[in-house]
Design a protein around this ligand. Structure first.
Ligand code: CP3
Length: 344
């Protein structure tokens, strides 16, 4: 902390200041694609142990900076640490994803949950951030993150990933007051958590609303936007990014919250999004992650077209969702190099 950043492109772009070129990083860049990550992960019991071992979490956070040359690090953790800190623990089933042995069904279940106390329940994340900041020594900014309340809600009600998320959506029709009570508890926990991440040294924070696209526009307006807005109002210290995957219908409402950056997936056109969102937000994204299965030539061509359609300012180059696990790191490097060499 207190170190001046040698590369502050991400923060300047987020605040709408002039940049020499757009900064570039990838959602889910830590873990997943790097053999160096696998090696660390295999030396520990499992994923959750890695998340809770700050020295190792810091190590895998920094790997993409060293190996891929990205303009930002994102702290290695998971969005599901919040339900756990509220009293609903998760397991990570190899090749299948998260699983919650207990789920939220009724009022008593919500009453039993606590608002996460980030200082005691999530101290391991703050410690990983402090170590990462020290080891980065100002090379690039560090991104903190959390799930958006609606996406966390879906896991707590559903208990795992799902094709339809029909249990989560059912509650919104059968017992909307319960859904709101749970969303408010998650929101209060998330604000505590993000404030701790910022105190520990996070330079920017991102909210992942990964399942935004499953709601009707009306339900998104009622069950997601107000809680995202509360978080954006409570956090004033650093720039804030909101990535609502699939919520093309919510771009206008998102532009009316106090976030600084809006993430776009690959189905949202940069130019149309700029018209809907206006000039006051930075846009992040939005290359189709499948472009990285193409040849080097295809990757260069598609990346340059994407950069041109954002226009070079008020843009953070990224994929339109997390990098897919079987992507060749050399192809990722080609994407990053293309952004770095690009001239408007
Ligand atoms: O971005 C990064 O590289 C930092 C680390 C990070 C992880 N999860 C580590 C992880 C981040 C930012 C997340 C966020 C996350 N977690 C989201 C939102 C982003 C998105 O992709 O939409 C979601 C929905 C989750 C929940 C989750 N965690 C799922 C569905 C899975 C299983 C599938 C998978 O591999 O993503 C996880 C596990 C997980 N979280 C892994 C990693 C590296 C893989 C587990 C392993 O290493 O064994």
């Amino acid at each position: 902390m207190g170190t001046t950043l040698k590369n502050d492109l991400l923060l300047r772009a987020a605040k709408g200041e002039q940049v020499e070129r757009p900064p570039v990083w990838l959602m889910r860049q830590a873990g997943r694609i790097l053999p160096e990550y696998r090696a660390v992960r295999d030396s520990l019991k499992d994923f959750i142990e890695l998340v809770k071992t700050p020295e190792r979490a810091a190590e895998v956070t920094i790997q993409p900076v060293d190996i891929l040359g990205v303009d930002a690090a994102i702290i290695f953790s998971d969005i599901l640490v919040i339900p756990e800190a509220m009293g609903l623990p998760y397991e990570m089933v190899e090749k299948r994803g998260p699983f919650f042995p207990k789920t939220i069904e009724k009022e008593e279940d919500i009453k039993k949950l606590k608002v996460a106390d980030a200082v005691s329940d999530l101290a391991y994340v703050a410690e990983a951030i402090r170590i990462t900041k020290r080891e980065l020594a100002g090379r690039v900014p560090l991104i903190g993150f959390a799930g958006a309340p609606f996406t966390i809600f879906t896991y707590m009600v559903e208990g795992s990933g799902s094709k339809t998320f029909s249990k989560a959506r059912r509650m919104m029709y059968q017992a909307p007051h319960l859904a709101h009570a749970l969303l408010q508890k998650i929101t209060d926990s998330t604000i505590n958590y993000l404030k701790e991440q910022i105190k520990a040294g996070a330079d920017l924070i991102q909210l992942f609303d990964s399942w935004a696209g499953i709601l009707t526009p009306e339900h998104y307006q009622e069950f997601s936007i107000p809680y995202i807005a509360q978080i954006c109002e409570a956090i004033d210290e650093v720039p804030k990014t909101v990535f609502a995957k699939g919520a093309f219908f919510a771009r206008k409402q998102l532009s009316q919250t106090r976030c600084d950056v809006i993430g776009l997936d690959w189905t949202m056109s940069p130019q149309e999004s700029r018209q809907i969102i206006g000039q006051n937000k930075t846009l992040q994204g939005n290359l189709d992650p499948c472009v990285l299965y193409g040849s080097y030539e295809v990757i260069r061509k598609e990346t340059q077209a994407m950069l041109a359609s954002f226009g070079g300012q008020r843009h953070i180059a990224n994929l339109g969702h997390g990098v897919y696990p079987d992507t060749d790191p050399e192809k990722v490097r080609c994407f990053i190099e293309t952004v770095k060499e690009w001239q408007n």
